[in-house]
Design a protein around this ligand. Sequence first.
Ligand SMILES: Nc1nc2c(c(=O)[nH]1)N[C@@H](CN(C=O)c1ccc(C(=O)N[C@@H](CCC(=O)O)C(=O)O)cc1)CN2
Length: 299
Amino acid sequence: MAIYFELEVRLLGKIIDGKLVAQHYTAEMKREVEALGSNHIVPTLAVIIVGEDDASKIYVRNKHRRAEGIGIHSINIRMPEETTQLALLERIDLLNSDPEVDGILVQLPLPEHINAQEVLNRINPDKDVDGFHPVNVGRLWSNNAQIVPSTPFGIMKMLAFYGVDPAGKQAVIIGRSTIVGRPMAAMLLNANATVTIAHSQTKNLRMLSQQADILVVAVGQSRFIKAEDIKPGAVVIDVGMNRDENHKLSGDVDFEAVIQKADLVTPVPGGVGPMTITMLMQQTINIAKRRALHAIQNK
Ligand SMILES: Nc1nc2c(c(=O)[nH]1)N[C@@H](CN(C=O)c1ccc(C(=O)N[C@@H](CCC(=O)O)C(=O)O)cc1)CN2
């Protein structure tokens, strides 16, 4: 019994608990919102959703609930599937010019007839709470970040919470998306890791993953990374969210096998996911803090 308990504690100690880290930051954010309130500033987040994508509707609802729970004013704007790109751009313009709106976010994916990049480019970079605007991408890559994509930002916060300093470490990221892989690479590089980005055309991908001290996997293939693909003692971050025919969620990492060999692993669900929305809230508050500072300076 005692041996079983010890084993369990050791195993549990290896899980990066995204919900726990999210709770820690949520408590801090509530205090920050209160402090802003005493300066008559209510952080405000506007979320636009176009169309009827079921997963997107759930994420947007969760964002709304999380925002309200922290004291952030949340404005949800629902636009029908047939919305034209022009109508969406005009809606963004209205939010850009509203001084009470701190963060603006357009939930992705957008319907196919809309050019997502043109839409993201229209958001005022200082209100671009997702950090997807080219100005924010440039700021991040020149190590002068202001607003950054929430998923990799959440991963950096989780690493820090668990005492993992990327400096001098070999970091391998599998996946080169603009939401996760690329900004993750920039953030790890800014934190002084040696960074490799691997993708679908990479030769000897598994040889690379075996050398990683920090392995971030965002490929969208259930259990793509097995125990033999990692270095003993690695920190493994699973960004995958794959659903099987019974709607059961799994990550890109074979969690049960990998946790036997790794030092730290994020589960799916309950790892990276909860941090995405948490960091979105944090960045809304950060933008509101800049608004408060401007208000004080202009008095
Ligand atoms: N404008 C944006 N669009 C999208 C983003 C984004 O960051 N900005 N990311 C994803 C969706 N997303 C947030 O929008 C998101 C995805 C997953 C989770 C999450 O908490 N996942 C849970 C599992 C949830 C489940 O059971 O389905 C977890 O991993 O534990 C939060 C946010 C695409 N679009």
